[in-house]
Design a protein around this ligand. Sequence first.
Ligand SMILES: [Zn+2]
Length: 212
Amino acid sequence: MTLFIDRDYAAATYDFTIPARKPWSGQLRKGQVLRIVDLEGQQAVDTLLYNLSNTTERYSAQDTLTAQGAAYIEAGTALMSNEGNVMATVIADTCGRHDTSAGACSCESNTVRFGHHTRYMHACRENFLLEVSKYGMTKRDIVGNINFFMNVPIMPDGEVTIDDGISAPLGYVDLRADMDLLVVISNCPQVNNPCNGFNPTPVRVLVWDSAV
Ligand SMILES: [Zn+2]
């Protein structure tokens, strides 16, 4: 399901463009809205959520899929924590297809999927590690993430593939914070599979103080 909401970009209280391949993090107060804009289309945006006041409570892909009874994230999806609380709700979405099963790319998984010659390549796990270390967290705090705009068809037999992205340029997803949040993003640097159209591009993040 897609759901469009017109917002005044000039009225945003925060506006930043995350360069291609780079990490980002920011705080979101309860009731605020974060919009992630896929500026050029077909860009996977790997995202983690933490309870701002207690980061041991964090996004849970398993709880989110179980609560929703669906394999994908879309407009209306409640993003659940490992403690069963709603962290944020997807209130707008122009793409209709976001993955939370395939995880983040890593140097190790790159060597398995694409060969040892890719070992040196920058990956989302390095981005996540750099960013969470600013908040005193380490490898063990990186859990299964959301891949906004990433197209991961799941076949009837359970096979998972990463397919060509279907998000159009300037497509967006809006998250309404349902608790105070730390949001951590890796603007995926992957070039070996089509999740970024083999060409990582910038994304824009904006925050508004209210959902309407
Ligand atoms: Zn990645």
